[in-house]
Design a protein. Structure first.
Ligand SMILES: [Zn+2]
Ligand SMILES: [Zn+2]
Length: 442
């Protein structure tokens, strides 16, 4: 690597600047607002954990653990791993803090960077950003239904709309852009029989399957349902269906989840091939996809139940369910749908100084306006008035307050509306009222 390259962001990472940074902010704000309505509190776990947390939690045979983790040894010889997802970390934290002891429950949400060593492509970086929520200690089907509703609520609040019909129909704008897929993955009682049947099916059809899928017969046969190789997709369409192996409890649980979603008016498609990529999922799994703009990377978020995860991480048996939202893909989906997120960080006012002798006055007026809650900037570089107007434009300020010798002598300022290009004289003690006049209407 040349010296020049070492001072660029590493492959698979991106600096979030401008609209990318504002977009990530807006997703977090929307999530905070929506999730709070469902009783969720924030949680922040370390970006690295003991490698065992992910190896045990996610599963040794998954692609994530097998070949995508950033694992390193620290100076004391511990094996640590940058988190490839946050569910295992949140469950580890909940066990450590005894949040779910004695039948207690916890509803937690997170937001932050995750890390996977993958081939970078559109919507998939090695450092990527996720938002997610975990409902810990909840066993009833209502928890599954509420989880799906909350994630749907998030996307609808952002402005995406539900599709009626299949994903391929969704491209027409009046038919929405969001597709919800739903499946059940069974439980520790009924899944092994299905898994064995899948392994047998893969071995029987090994000739037509890719090498990866052939290996999966021994390691993780369910993953063959996820293979994108067209020949594999064809063959796997005829694979044994879990529906034929479900135990009575799983069948009843799934029926109740669906009944609640139906009653709530949620549109979804049952997809027996939906198996989320991590080993810890049990029973309900779900995924939101968008119809266009993302190609094969069309899943914007999803999740499921993980009733065995607490035990995998050394806790006592505790049910859990959660989801994760891919920030990059969600932002791409919003862009494809023509949805512009409102930028709440925008500067409202620029204070321009028309007379070098009044720079301190301008500075102090700016400080006073900020104290009153206005988002306002002023020149800090002794710029000309013309340059200050350019800066006001660039900052997207709705108003410019101009302080000049004339105005100052009359005890006021000139207030310019940048949209209508109109100017008027405003006495100093009426300025705040003039600047905030329109706020209640917006
Ligand atoms: Zn079962
Ligand atoms: Zn394959």
């Amino acid at each position: 690597m040349s010296t020049k390259d070492s001072f660029r962001a590493p492959k698979g990472t991106a600096d979030l600047l401008g609209s990318a940074a504002a977009g990530w902010d807006a997703l977090q704000q929307t999530a905070r607002r929506v999730f709070a309505r469902y009783g969720y509190a924030p949680v922040y776990t370390p970006v690295f954990e003991h490698t065992e947390v992910f190896a045990r939690g996610i599963g040794e045979a998954t692609d994530v653990v097998g070949k995508e983790m950033y694992t390193f040894t620290d100076r004391a010889g511990r094996s640590l791993t940058l988190r490839p997802e946050n569910t295992a970390g949140v469950v580890r934290a909940a066990i450590q803090a005894h949040l779910t002891d004695n039948g207690q429950t916890a509803k937690l949400f997170y937001a932050g960077p995750m890390f996977r060593y993958e081939r970078p492509q559109k919507g998939r970086q090695r450092q990527f950003y996720q938002l997610g929520a975990e409902a810990l200690g909840f066993q009833a089907p209502a928890a599954d239904a509420e989880m799906v509703l909350m994630l749907r609520d998030f996307y609808l609040t952002l402005g995406l709309t539900e599709t009626r019909g299949s994903a391929s129909l969704a491209a027409s704008p009046d038919n929405g852009n969001l597709v919800l897929l739903l499946n059940t993955m069974g439980c520790a009682q009924c899944r092994p029989a299905w898994r064995d049947a899948m392994a047998g099916y893969i071995r029987a059809h090994a000739d037509g399957l890719c090498q990866e899928c052939q290996r999966r017969a021994d390691t993780n046969p369910l993953r063959a349902l996820d293979c994108k190789n067209p020949a594999c997709v064809d063959i796997m369409a005829g694979a044994p269906k879990l529906a034929d192996y479900l135990c009575d409890d799983c069948r009843e649980h799934f029926a109740q989840v669906r009944a609640l979603l139906d009653a709530a008016g949620v549109v979804y498609q049952l997809d027996p091939t939906l198996v989320r990529g991590l080993d810890y999922y049990t029973r309900t799994v779900f995924e939101f996809q968008v119809a266009d703009g993302l190609g094969s990377q069309n899943a914007v978020g999803g999740g499921g139940r993980y009733d065995g995860l607490f035990e995998q991480l050394g806790g006592s048996p505790t049910p859990g369910i959660g989801f994760a939202i891919g920030a990059e893909r969600t932002l791409l989906a919003l862009e494809a749908a023509g949805i512009i997120l409102s930028d709440t960080n925008r500067t409202a006012v620029y204070v321009a100084c028309a007379d070098a002798d009044l720079r301190d006055t301008a500075f102090l007026l700016t400080t006073a306006l900020r104290a009153a809650g206005v988002s306002v900037v002023c020149d800090l570089q002794d710029k000309s008035l013309k340059s200050q107007f350019k800066a006001a434009d660039k900052a997207g300020a709705g108003h410019v307050v101009i302080i000049g010798a004339d105005e100052d002598a009359r005890g006021g300022v000139t207030l310019r509306d940048m949209q209508t290009k109109t100017e008027l004289f405003v006495p100093r003690d009426e300025l705040l009222a003039a600047l905030t006049a329109g706020d209640s209407e917006n």
